[in-house]
Design a protein around this ligand. Structure first.
Ligand code: DC
Length: 225
């Protein structure tokens, strides 16, 4: 695929800090940020709120016609709208995280969202994070990063994150959910989570999101030099 614009693709498993890191990178390099996970989460929220089965391909494919997802920048912060309603906070619920990884296995869901993601990236300057960005959505991205950290580290980060937001969060439960979501994301048939051949592997187990972002920016500068 031909190069368009300038894109940084950041992929990796659950809880590795992709969104926080990607947001820092985008801010520091004055690029747009696109959180593709939020789009799969919105599809899951739609199924949940309408009492529809996340695992039912027919139902999902029917829902797609009624699902309109828009990512907007509101006062400098990214907000996500599902059928004109701001669902930015709702999609962070635990059941939605679980559901997102289920609906993401459906080929038609992926086709719709991937096509929208490519359109959004267009010929602009974007940082996009997800599972299949370097391998499938923007294979032409000039910089591809595969972020990783040990399971225990990622589960602990998620636990602290949830606790900071005032939710009950028990380590063992979160650890189990993390394993299940990772397994599903890595083993699905269509565009599973993989490290693209030309992606740089970065283990951020002992790094803060800001340090991870600085490391990525260094790599970007090296590529540009
Ligand atoms: O990054 P996240 O936790 O917000 O993503 C939620 C789910 O969406 C994740 O479990 C898998 C799916 N997803 C995907 O399949 N492809 C992407 N590009 C982004 C997310």
């Amino acid at each position: 695929m031909k190069k368009k614009g300038f894109a940084i693709a950041i992929d990796g498993p659950v809880g590795v800090g992709k969104s926080t890191t990607a947001r820092f990178v985008a801010q520091k390099l004055k690029m747009a940020y696109i959180d593709t996970g939020a789009m799969y989460r919105s599809v899951a929220l739609y199924q949940m709120e309408n009492g529809l089965d996340m695992n039912d391909d027919k139902s999902l494919e029917k829902s797609l016609k009624d699902i309109d997802i828009v990512i907007k920048n509101v006062k400098g912060a990214q907000r996500i709208f599902l059928n004109n309603r701001d669902v930015t906070d709702l999609i962070r619920a635990q059941e939605v995280s679980e559901g997102a990884s289920v609906v993401a296995a459906n080929l038609r869901v992926r086709e719709k969202l991937v096509s929208q993601q490519r359109q959004m990236a267009g010929a602009g300057r974007v940082v996009m994070d997800g599972r299949d960005i370097g391998s499938h959505v923007l294979p032409w991205a000039q910089v591809k990063i595969y972020l990783d950290a040990a399971l225990e580290t990622r589960a602990k980060r998620r636990m602290l994150d949830l606790q900071a937001k005032g939710h009950d969060a028990e380590f063992d439960k979160i650890r189990k959910e993390t394993v299940i979501r990772d397994e599903r994301d890595k083993n699905r048939k269509h565009n599973p989570l993989i490290k693209a051949n030309d992606a740089i592997y970065l283990n951020n187990g002992f790094m803060t999101p800001e340090e991870t972002a600085d490391e990525i920016i260094l790599l970007v500068r090296e590529r540009e030099a």
